[in-house]
Design a protein around this ligand. Structure first.
Ligand code: GDP
Ligand code: MG
Length: 162
């Protein structure tokens, strides 16, 4: 089976920007991949000789109520479908209470999570990364989804586990 990778994180961290870069608009035909539902956005990613399906999701903040809980449900369902998860954080916004809540929620998952710090363009990398270490995570992947910086390294590490 082709591996599936979910992109999750707060609204506005750059999930769709990364998704579009990874898939370059190659929409996955969901019908070809049993087990995936139609109500999320899937795209096919090619990296070297590897292929996988990426799932773009709406935002999740970790403390949803009302209409937000449906979006959060989508994110959680995408995580269920996935073999690995890219958890996006925003270097410009810095570490937020939502990020803390999500990291806590995700810690109980047995799936591999990749902590991706997006929007490192125009910020001092050392200062930008320092506060994220509060999350107690060993490894972060700094990227710029808009320009692609760091994305190849992230993909190299990701596909190496498939
Ligand atoms: P989503 O809500 O997580 O899907 O976020 P979007 O992909 O829609 O991006 C939200 C905003 O962040 C948009 O205005 C993007 O252009 C911007 N953005 C995304 N990636 C980057 C980045 O690497 N650097 C900067 N400076 N802005 C970015
Ligand atoms: Mg989006």
């Amino acid at each position: 089976m082709i591996p599936v990778v979910a992109l999750v994180g707060r609204p506005n961290v750059g999930k769709s920007t990364l998704f579009n870069r990874l898939t370059r608009s190659r929409d996955a035909l969901v019908a070809d991949f049993p087990g995936l539902t139609r109500d999320r956005k899937y795209g096919e990613v090619k990296h070297g000789k590897h292929r996988f399906i990426a799932i773009d999701t709406g935002g999740i903040t970790g403390d949803e109520e009302g209409i937000d809980s449906a979006m959060a449900g989508q994110s959680l369902a995408a995580i269920d479908e996935a073999d690995a998860v890219l958890f996006l954080l925003d270097a410009r916004a810095g570490l937020t209470p939502s990020d803390h809540a999500l990291a806590t929620k995700f810690r109980s998952s047995n799936k591999p999570f990749y902590y991706v710090v997006n929007k490192v363009d125009g910020v001092d990398p050392n200062t930008a990364m320092a506060e994220f270490y509060e999350l107690g995570v060993e490894q972060f992947y700094p990227i710029t989804a808009t320009h692609g910086r760091g994305v190849r390294h992230l993909l190299d590490e990701l596909v190496a586990t498939f």
